[in-house]
Design a protein around this ligand. Sequence first.
Ligand SMILES: [Zn+2]
Length: 79
Amino acid sequence: MGQTNSIEESLSDRHPDAKQAGQHMVIDKAEWVPGKHPDPNRRHEGQTEYLERYLRCIQCGVEVLDEEHLPDQCEVERR
Ligand SMILES: [Zn+2]
């Protein structure tokens, strides 16, 4: 219903770990993903989920695996 998201975003706005990346302010995020790791070196027998690390811009909300994948523009959605 959108309510949970808006609470999360207002907390993220004051995230102390945010760092500048081009026009973006990104924070490190990690999330358990069901399935086996896409990288064979980090995959193991019987693995049912893996921890995926990614970056999230607290301004425009874009999520990328690598800083180099960030779009040039940080377009802040104003509501
Ligand atoms: Zn951004």
